[in-house]
Design a protein around this ligand. Structure first.
Ligand SMILES: [Zn+2]
Length: 139
């Protein structure tokens, strides 16, 4: 069976890809460039894509092994999933400043806290919003 780099994803799915590095990620060209330039970003979520994968985490930006490695990966995946499911951009960080959903949520040593759990329970059931894009020249 051939590898499908763009599996179909329903709005109810919450899918986060862990990709090797941002330069060759499945993000749009614009988001890829943004992720490459922001070398502190552990992942990125594209809101309002027409279809497909919206959230990714970059493996080369994570601690590879040792203390905190598994927790960091888990926290980064949950962080991007929360962006995708809530449909919120960086404003999500402001609502959750101290836990893993905050701006520095992927940092080693950050812990999943009660406010993260409440936010997730409010948003995980939401559908991801896919939007039709209009391209110049399309008829
Ligand atoms: Zn974020």
């Amino acid at each position: 069976m051939p590898f499908d780099s763009r599996p179909s994803v329903s709005p109810d799915d919450g899918l986060v890809l862990v990709e090797p590095f941002p330069e060759r990620s499945s993000l749009s060209k614009e988001s890829r460039a943004k992720a490459v330039n922001d070398n502190k970003a552990l992942g990125m979520t594209e809101l309002g894509r027409a279809s497909g994968i919206t959230a990714v985490v970059f493996r080369n930006r994570l601690v590879n092994n040792g203390p905190g490695a598994v927790e960091q990966l888990t926290n980064a995946v949950i962080h991007e999933l929360a962006h995708a499911k809530s449909g919120l951009d960086d404003t999500m960080h402001n609502a959750n400043p101290n836990g893993i959903l905050g701006k520095e949520g992927g940092s080693v040593g950050r812990n999943f806290i009660d406010s993260d759990a409440r936010w997730l329970s409010d948003h995980l059931g939401k559908q991801i919003v896919f939007e039709m894009k209009h391209f110049a020249g399309a008829s």
